[in-house]
Design a protein around this ligand. Structure first.
Ligand SMILES: C[S@@+](CC[C@H](N)C(=O)[O-])C[C@H]1O[C@@H](n2cnc3c(N)ncnc32)[C@H](O)[C@@H]1O
Length: 250
């Protein structure tokens, strides 16, 4: 069969009925869960998912490294927020290949920076990406961080709590709170900021979890000090906006 015809059949799922059935099955399950008021589990919650995806993640997200990408612009906004806070040490939980840690290091050469992730494939990439950055890296699940209470001033997450099912969210937030002295910055997709039917629908169909942070943070002993959607996403109504939350320990 000619390559173009194969691609066309593949794109409508005719070449791979098993994959098509699986996708339809997932959608059906999600719809049933929604009608019952239950949050379905997502593949992204699993370490095995991130071990596999971590092998290609760096290549997959290359566009974020360029100046005109909204995630890059959001990172600049985050760095400005971070610079305005008093801190000497910072831990990124679920640091991936270390995109934020590298950017933070370039602005704060003398602060103590640490990164953890539960995916060895992500950490392997972080080791090379951060080779010159003097950042301590470790493997850990965010639900059980290998640090004493108040080990660092600030904890940050970016695109990580979206991988945590709602029933484990308070536990995860408690763990972030435990290891931080001041509080946490979270850059996540948030249900409360899906401000149009298009965005709400995108979130419903997404492969990750969008939480209502203003409701969950107080339950884990945080006081929400700042919350907004990054400017770069405000002019992109067809995309889900990424949100910034800064919460202090009560
Ligand atoms: C979307 S990537 C974001 C990576 C990085 N924070 C960034 O912004 O570039 C999500 C990362 O969270 C990690 N992760 C997901 N669930 C985790 C958990 N329970 N414990 C530790 N890391 C986790 C994944 O391995 C992955 O590297």
């Amino acid at each position: 069969m000619k390559r173009a015809a194969k691609a066309m059949l593949g794109s409508v799922g005719l070449l791979d009925p098993a994959r098509r059935m699986k996708r339809l099955g997932e959608r059906g399950l999600q719809a049933v869960c929604r009608s019952l008021g239950v949050t379905p589990h997502k593949a992204m919650e699993q370490r095995s998912y991130w071990e596999e995806r971590g092998k290609a993640y760096f290549d997959e997200v290359q566009p974020i490294l360029s100046d005109d990408d909204p995630y890059h612009q959001a990172q600049q906004e985050f760095l400005a927020e971070l610079a305005a806070l008093p801190w000497e040490s910072l831990l990124e939980v679920g640091c991936g290949f270390g995109w934020h840690l590298h950017a933070i290091r370039s602005q704060h050469p003398d602060r103590r920076l640490l990164g953890t992730d539960f995916s060895w494939s992500q950490l392997a990439r972080a080791r090379s990406y951060l080779a010159a950055d003097r950042i301590l890296l470790g493997q850990a699940d965010l639900h059980h961080l290998p640090f004493v209470d108040g080990a660092v001033d600030l904890v940050i997450t970016s695109g990580v709590l979206v991988c945590v099912h709602e029933r484990h969210l308070v536990g995860a937030l408690h763990e972030l709170r435990r290891v931080s002295r001041r509080g946490a910055i979270m850059m996540e997709y948030a249900r409360e900021h899906m401000d149009s039917p298009t965005r709400a629908a995108l979130m419903r169909e997404a492969g990750w979890h969008g939480h209502t942070y203003s409701a969950w943070l107080p339950r884990a002993g945080f006081r929400l000090r700042k919350a907004f959607t990054f400017r770069a996403f405000q002019s992109l109504p067809q995309r889900m906006p990424l949100s910034f939350f800064y919460a202090e320990k009560v």
